[in-house]
Design a protein around this ligand. Structure first.
Ligand code: SAH
Length: 347
């Protein structure tokens, strides 16, 4: 089966004209898709066309099968894909709008030791249209459409490594920006990567001003490699050079994610090394306390120590904030909810 949401308006128009439809029909279907409608719900097109489309295309590529609402308002969604795979997304409310965290792959092959998404490796890549469908479905579920969006920002921080599914992720960012569709600008998109250096250079050439976020988690190559196997392939110095190039090409400052793990990356030695690495660079550090994953034997830094870590960085001239942990009561961390759901379903 194919995914209709994979097409941009030009591609969709070509497809429709090829099967004898008028071009305006494509624009109508495109608007319907970007409003989050399933093909079978598009009552403004003929039943025969709907039936014809459903023969070749998935009716609802990203079906919500579970929705959990946290005490802090964070909403966690589980989606079923057409082949039965399950992925997750998280909607967070901020003052400036609502941010949806989307998955880019089913599972992940990067092997970070603190992360639940990678426990069973990579299952498959998501297509651009499947990633887009996460946004379209949640936007609709939250009461939005293409004119009045309830999802205003997107972060590629769910399951998967976006730069390990490069072509589809780039296509997704372009589809998301379609003026005739949901129209979320790349400036409101954050792409988070564990640091696939050649792809960061490639991204800088795309002409998309997405916010680049690097999962750093340690200022030392050795300790980073202990928690992130990818660090054996790319040194921190190489990542920083790629970030510098990204800034020079796009004019966008870049971000570092830093999940505080007790005894591993929360010492004064780490603060000092971070200052040495990042001082004077056009960047910002997002600190977060580790979300403890039951299969992993790592502990979070406590709240007080995490705040002190942030203050020390700020005092030494590094822009850093400590993120609120959102949705902790609903398995907020990457891949946690999906794992629990699959385990329950199989038991
Ligand atoms: N693969 C990409 C994006 C997905 S992970 C990346 O590595 O950036 C999104 C962010 O959540 C990353 O910074 C990741 O390191 C972090 N993360 C994963 N599991 C976590 C956990 N249990 N606690 C805190 N942060 C976690």
């Amino acid at each position: 089966m194919k995914i209709l949401q994979d097409y941009n308006l030009n591609e969709l128009t070509e497809k429709m004209v090829a099967c004898g439809e008028k071009p305006f029909r494509a624009a109508q279907i495109f608007r319907n898709l970007h409003s989050g409608k399933a093909i079978s719900e598009m009552t403004d097109i003929s039943l025969s066309l709907r039936e014809k489309l459903c023969e070749s295309y998935v009716d609802e590529p990203c079906k919500i099968i579970k929705k959990l609402v946290s005490r802090d308002g964070t909403q966690k969604y589980l989606f079923r894909l057409y082949d039965g795979n399950v992925i997750e997304g998280v909607l967070m409310e901020y003052k400036y709008g609502n941010t949806l965290c989307v998955s880019t792959q089913v599972g992940c092959r990067m092997g970070c030791t603190f992360c639940a998404s990678t426990l069973e490796g990579l299952v498959r890549n998501l297509s651009a249209g499947e990633i887009l469908s996460e946004v379209l479905t949640v936007n609709r579920e939250a009461g939005g459409d293409i004119k009045n969006r309830k999802v205003t920002n997107v972060v590629l921080m769910g399951s998967g490594e976006p730069l390990d599914n490069y072509e589809e992720v780039i296509k997704f960012i372009k589809l998301l920006a379609a003026p005739e569709g949901i129209n979320v600008s790349p400036r409101n998109v954050s792409l988070s990567t564990c640091g696939l250096v050649p792809k960061i250079y490639e991204l800088a050439e795309e002409g998309l001003a997405v916010n680049l976020t690097i999962s750093l988690h340690s200022p030392f190559d050795e300790s980073r490699a202990r928690i992130m196997p990818v660090a054996k392939s790319f040194k921190i110095s190489e990542i920083l050079a790629a970030c510098e190039n990204y800034f020079n090409k796009t004019g966008r400052r870049y971000y570092f994610e830093y999940s505080l793990i007790s005894g591993e990356n929360d010492t004064d030695e780490c603060v000092n090394a971070l200052v040495k690495l990042l001082k004077g660079k056009p960047c910002h550090v997002n600190l977060i306390r580790l979300n403890e994953v039951k299969e992993r034997n790592l502990m979070s830094t406590d709240d007080e120590k995490a705040k002190a870590f942030m203050n020390k960085l700020n005092d030494k001239g590094i822009s850093a904030t400590l993120r609120r942990r959102m949705g902790v009561d609903i398995d907020g961390a990457c891949g946690q909810l999906r794992r629990r759901f699959i385990a329950e379903e199989n038991s």
